[in-house]
Design a binder for this molecule. Structure first.
Ligand SMILES: [Zn+2]
Length: 127
């Protein structure tokens, strides 16, 4: 069965088209390991605003993981200057979208994004 005839699995909206969300590639262009604990176990169906927010959450989560690795001294995508700048810009974009009226995300709070941005700013920008 390739359709979901009920309601959005995040906000419960029952009207409007639903989109099957699949993780695809992560923010850093790496394909998701389907067995990874980060990968969602079963496909989910979301309405349009929720799938947009799910994408924001995925990018946030990818950046957060790389930040953790960088902070712990492991190999991290954020050790590359370009990726670090791209990630900082993306966090700003995410925060802007979350701050718009009627854009409360069921997955992610603006507070978490602000916190990660502050923590990134305390790190030395790689060159
Ligand atoms: Zn929804």
């Amino acid at each position: 069965m390739d359709s979901w005839n009920e309601s959005c699995q995040a906000c419960g909206a029952g009207n409007g088209p639903l989109t099957k969300f699949s993780l695809g590639k992560d923010f850093f262009g790496r394909p998701y390991d389907r067995l990874s604990p980060l990968s969602d176990q079963s496909p989910k169906w979301y309405c349009a605003p929720c799938s947009m927010h799910k994408n924001l959450q995925r990018d946030f989560r990818d950046i957060y993981d790389e930040f953790d690795k960088l902070r712990a001294g492991h190999i991290s995508e954020l050790a590359k200057g370009d990726e670090f700048r791209r990630a900082s810009l993306r966090l700003q974009e995410i925060l802007t979208m979350l701050s718009a009226p009627q854009q409360q995300s069921p997955f992610l709070s603006g507070y978490d994004v602000t916190l990660l941005m502050e923590r990134l700013n305390t790190l030395t920008m790689p060159v």
